[in-house]
Design a protein around this ligand. Structure first.
Ligand SMILES: Nc1ncnc2c1ncn2[C@@H]1O[C@H](COP(=O)(O)OP(=O)(O)O)[C@@H](O)[C@H]1O
Ligand SMILES: [Mg+2]
Length: 116
């Protein structure tokens, strides 16, 4: 369990899943995993979203979390999805991590403090 704003959390999860969908041409798989872990003297809930889509090159990856950065066609993306993810994680005193490579896919992990 985590203590957070549920509607913001839903928006974050939806953003990540929509990005995963957009990274796939026609088919592929998206995994959402949740686990509990202990690190740095506290309990965390880790949520990860993975896809096996196109992935990102280093240039895209370095800017992916910037507000208004998008590689999508006009009207298809506003570049605010990942910046909202970052804001959400920071506001909730959590951490995030990303791993992505061209043609390999993308995984994003969110770690949020577990409720006591
Ligand atoms: N799962 C993903 N696979 C490949 N590229 C991604 C993925 N998620 C995000 N990106 C890249 O990061 C950019 C920014 O993502 P985001 O902030 O959600 O904005 P938007 O989806 O509106 O473009 C995307 O345009 C895309 O280039
Ligand atoms: Mg997006």
């Amino acid at each position: 369990m985590i203590v957070t704003d549920v509607s913001r959390f839903q928006a974050v999860l939806l953003n990540l899943v929509l990005n995963a969908r957009d990274a796939m041409a026609k088919k592929g798989s998206i995994s959402i995993e949740v686990r509990r872990l202990a690190a740095d003297g506290q309990d965390w809930v880790e949520i990860s979203v993975s896809d096996d889509g196109v992935g990102m090159d280093k240039e895209t990856l370095s800017r992916a979390f910037d507000p208004f950065f998008t590689t999508k066609a006009p009207g298809r993306g506003n570049g605010l999805g990942l910046s909202q993810v970052r804001t959400f994680v920071e506001y909730n005193k959590g951490e995030f991590e990303i791993d992505s490579a061209p043609n390999k896919g993308t995984t994003i992990w969110l770690r949020l403090p577990a409720a006591s």
